[in-house]
Design a protein around this ligand. Structure first.
Ligand code: NDP
Ligand code: MG
Length: 374
């Protein structure tokens, strides 16, 4: 029986994690739940799963739930936990992730921003503590599954698949007046708001490329993206001998979530299995980098290294959320990221430097947006 803490329990990944746990009552048990401010749903979940340890980031008066970053870190370290699911929206999950690793908890990671901003800090700590970090992101779950039994020095290329998002096939001029509603209309996945915007700009693939670079210890230029609109092949590994392995399935996060929690076991579930004849027309096409510059910006930040990926991610979090609030145009998102990166002088990514660079980049990105400089 693995005892599970979920940080971000009330979100898209969090609620699907609880569904996956309900499917495997003999193998998984929830012992702690945390969210940002949705105390009502958190309490409902706590009652359903018989959980007494809760935490919120924001104080919700009258809820009686411990709050603040320290409360999240305490929950991530709780003695009764074996594995901590990190599924908060954004890099805010960094400190609880570090706390959990130091407390020798295994990590099931959905919040890709954590590795993007601080992979150089997190991965050595994972190795030092001897814990296992299993990816929840479907592409990384696919890569992780294909790499079982192989070493990183046997990899020629990691090929991450992208649905292409709602604006696949469009040119930049057509995206000038994109509305929030259009951008949130993802063709194959139902997810939280910020990641859905990242999927429309293709920044999601940029963040995933950087996440893969850290998880699988390969140079960023060995991580490439191919558009695959059906979202059936979740990603592929090309080995040094030219052989390519891929992992297939319907686009449903329940499968990678269950795999991340049950690893190295595989257990039956009630999901509809995929058969090749169900999707006879699987197609692949190149990314249009001119229309979607975010992927290139993210890879460039990783090439530069140091605190630059953290700055790229912080600027994107501010820009994507500003677009969601109607404060920035769709095409303004890559502009905010690029300008914020241009003004940053990267330094060694110590924890202090990462936190400072994150804060400074957020202020700069906010100033660019409110000052109408985009
Ligand atoms: P949602 O917006 O649906 O959920 C976010 C969750 O995080 C909520 O539970 C929210 O709580 C909580 N949260 C936000 N800020 C804080 C904070 N400061 N402290 C504690 N909890 C916080 O997002 P998703 O579930 O879609 O995404 C979560 C992460 O998983 C992202 O990093 C995303 O990139 C990644 N991911 C998501 C996929 C998906 O299919 N959704 C696929 C692959 C990766 P509250 O409800 O109280 O606001
Ligand atoms: Mg993904």
């Amino acid at each position: 029986m693995k005892r599970v803490v979920v940080l971000g329990a009330t979100g898209s990944i969090g609620t699907q994690t609880l569904d996956a746990v309900s499917q495997h009552p003999d193998d998984l048990k929830i012992v702690g739940l945390a969210a940002h401010s949705n105390a009502d749903l958190l309490k409902e979940q706590a009652q359903k799963f018989g959980v007494s340890r809760l935490a919120l980031f924001n104080e919700v008066s009258g809820s009686g739930i411990p709050h603040g970053m320290a409360a999240l870190e305490d929950l991530a370290c709780m003695a009764e936990a074996d594995i901590v699911v990190i599924s908060v929206a954004g890099v805010i999950g960094l400190l609880p992730t570090l706390a959990a690793i130091r407390a020798k908890k295994n990590i099931a990671l959905a919040s890709k921003e954590v590795l993007v901003a601080a992979g150089e800090l997190v991965m050595p700590l994972v190795r030092e503590a001897g814990v296992v970090m299993t990816p929840i992101d479907s592409e990384h779950s696919a890569l992780f599954q294909c790499l079982q039994g192989y070493r990183s020095d046997q990899i020629a290329e990691l090929i991450i698949t992208a649905s292409g998002g709602p604006f696949r096939g469009q040119k930049q001029a057509a995206l000038k007046d994109v509305t929030v509603e259009q951008a949130l209309n993802h063709p194959t996945w139902r997810m939280g708001g910020k990641i859905t915007i990242d999927s429309a700009t293709l920044m999601n693939k940029g963040l995933e490329a950087v996440e893969a670079r850290w998880l699988f210890d390969v140079p960023i230029d060995q991580v490439n993206v191919v558009v695959h609109p059906q979202s059936v092949v979740h990603s592929m590994v090309k080995f040094l001998d030219g052989s390519v392995l891929g992992q297939m399935g319907w686009p449903n996060m329940r499968l990678p979530i269950a795999y991340a929690l049950l690893y190295p076991e595989r257990k039956p579930n009630d999901l509809k299995p995929w058969n090749p004849i169900d999707t006879p027309n699987l197609t692949f096409e190149a990314v249009d980098h001119e229309t979607f510059p975010c992927l290139g910006l993210a890879k460039e930040s990783s090439r530069i290294g140091g605190t630059m990926p953290c700055v790229m991610n912080a600027a994107n979090e501010i820009a994507a959320n500003a677009f969601l609030k109607g404060e920035l145009s769709f095409l303004g998102i890559p502009n905010v990221v690029e300008l914020t990166m241009q003004e940053h002088n990267p330094v060694q990514p110590t924890l202090d430097n990462v936190l400072q660079a994150d804060e400074a980049a957020r202020s700069r990105a906010r100033a660019l947006i409110t000052g109408n400089q985009i």
